[in-house]
Write a protein of this length. Structure first.
Lengths: 114, 116
């Protein structure tokens, strides 16, 4: 079975500072990996996804993530955050063979201080 | 492209009542998913359809829950005899089955249910 662990429930950072949101995954089979963002009172929006190939994945809004298969990690990074990045971020995994359902982590709340 | 829509956006009901939620997927998408998200947690998978067929159901989906997608377009999720533990955000998503890079799930804004 697949599972996802987000290591930080809250991450406060100052505006224009870099940020890293940590995510570890476990699976006995090959998987797809995702980062979704949820702004207050809104649904989930896909930031980026890893299917195969390059270990570095670039997404929207300046975010990127790198998969490390030896450490089973998929951390999300942004070199300089903006107030508008304040949101809940979810790391997620689905099975390689079907992508029938997504298993989400418990989320990391990113708060940006001016 | 109008995206995934859900109705209603908010629902308050009394314990024991039945409620029904509707999801309209992106028009050409043949897969439709339901998730439940409780406060402070990530979404949890409930069930999904490919066209009219319900292909997978989570053990979270008790006998009081039923989902349908009669014509392969919109879907309804019904909860019978609601309990306070059913209070949550119910999210719908849709995708186009096929090549992996096309199978992104697009989420609707959710229906927030409060059971008093």
């Amino acid at each position: 079975a697949q599972s996802v662990t987000q290591l930080d429930s809250q991450v406060p950072v100052f505006e224009e500072a870099p940020v890293e949101l940590r995510c570890n995954y476990s699976s006995s089979v090959s998987v797809y990996l995702f980062w979704y963002v949820q702004y207050p009172n809104q649904g989930l929006q896909l930031l980026l996804k890893y299917l195969s190939g390059s270990t570095l994945v670039k997404g929207i809004n300046g975010f990127e993530a790198e998969i490390n298969k030896s450490q089973t990690s998929f951390h999300l990074r942004k070199p300089s955050v903006h107030i508008s990045d304040t949101a809940e971020y979810f790391c997620a995994v689905s099975r390689y063979s079907s992508a029938s359902k997504i298993i989400f982590g418990s989320g990391t709340r990113l708060s940006i201080r001016p | 492209d109008t995206g995934v829509s859900q109705d209603p956006r908010h629902k308050i009901t009394k314990r024991g009542q039945n409620v029904t939620f509707r999801c309209d997927p992106i028009s050409e998408h043949n897969r439709l998913y339901w998730y439940r998200q409780t406060l402070g947690q990530g979404p949890e998978f409930l069930t999904y359809f490919q066209n009219e067929a319900q292909l997978e159901k989570s053990r979270l989906l008790s006998d009081r829950f039923s989902a349908e997608r009669p014509k392969g377009s919109f879907s309804t999720l019904e909860i019978q005899r609601t309990e306070q533990g059913d209070s949550a955000m119910y999210l719908c998503a849709s995708s186009l089955a096929g090549l992996a890079d096309k199978e992104t799930q697009y989420f609707g804004p959710g229906t927030r249910l409060l059971v008093l």
